[in-house]
Design a protein around this ligand. Structure first.
Ligand code: NAD
Length: 230
């Protein structure tokens, strides 16, 4: 049975209306990464960080999965083999599009995490700085997002999947953030065919055997039709 492992990044959600990390407008452009996406930034100003993710959570709730998210769910449902989606995104557009086997390696806007004891629970729509942990009662609730300098989730299982991949596809990711940017090399060294879907070649683009250039809603839709023989 063949296995397809797919890594997605902010680019797959761009056509749903969530701006990418490097877009020149929107939520990210108004803040420095060091302030809102590092543990040190959270320690310095928890209110700023919690409010930033409250705004992103509200924005994610207003948008809908696009044709690329839906195509990947159809691939998983109809492909005669295994499909695993690994996302760096913290929105829930893959699950709302119907994907079942999904890893949120950089965490999730819908999650809260205790900075003191590590307990995880569903986040309210609006978190407050100093919210208490339901387990240890410390006033240490934070968004369950993997920040720069922190270890992504499920790495051991993700590398197992990469080792078994016959096809590895990266969709809408700039190849600047490791360890995800290293997945193509890992999959290729294990013999996978590698395909990049992007508007332009990414920072690790030269490591892919095949490139499909254009908006993910079109290129991914077409690829899925090919794989399903439609
Ligand atoms: P990135 O912003 O660095 O790169 C996005 C990539 O997508 C770029 O290479 C761009 O050319 C491409 N792209 C843009 N629109 C596209 C489209 N319509 N079709 C195909 N490709 C398109 O994002 P990244 O590589 O995911 O890494 C940045 C970090 O920021 C990650 O850790 C991620 O968790 C976080 N982030 C997440 C979200 C989200 O959850 N939706 C949004 C912004 C940033």
């Amino acid at each position: 049975m063949s296995k397809i492992v797919i890594l997605t990044g902010a680019g797959i959600s761009a056509e749903s209306g969530i701006e990418t990390f490097r877009a020149e407008d929107g939520l990210w452009a108004q803040h420095r990464v060091e302030d809102v996406a590092t543990p040190e930034g959270f320690m310095r100003d928890p209110e700023l960080v919690v409010n930033f993710y409250n705004a992103r959570r509200a924005q994610a709730a207003e948008v809908s999965p696009n044709a690329a998210h839906k195509a990947l769910a159809q691939l998983e449902a109809e492909y005669d083999g295994e499909v695993v989606v690994i996302t760096q995104n913290v929105d829930d557009l893959h699950e709302r599009g119907g994907t079942q086997t999904l890893y949120h390696m950089h965490g999730h806007l819908k999650g809260a995490l205790c900075a003191s004891c590590g307990h995880r629970w569903p986040a309210p729509m609006v978190m407050q700085a100093g919210d208490t942990c339901p387990s240890c009662k410390a006033p240490a609730a934070r968004p369950d997002i993997v920040w720069f300098g922190e270890m992504p989730y499920d790495m051991e299982r993700l590398f197992d999947h990469l080792a078994q991949a016959d096809i590895f596809a990266a969709i809408g990711t700039s190849g600047n953030v490791y360890p995800a940017a290293g997945f193509v090399a890992e999959a290729r060294s294990n013999g996978a065919h590698t395909i990049e879907f992007n508007l332009e070649e990414s920072a690790v683009g030269n490591q892919f055997a095949e490139h499909r250039t254009g908006p993910a809603s079109q290129t991914v839709r077409k690829w899925v039709d090919e794989l399903l023989g439609k």
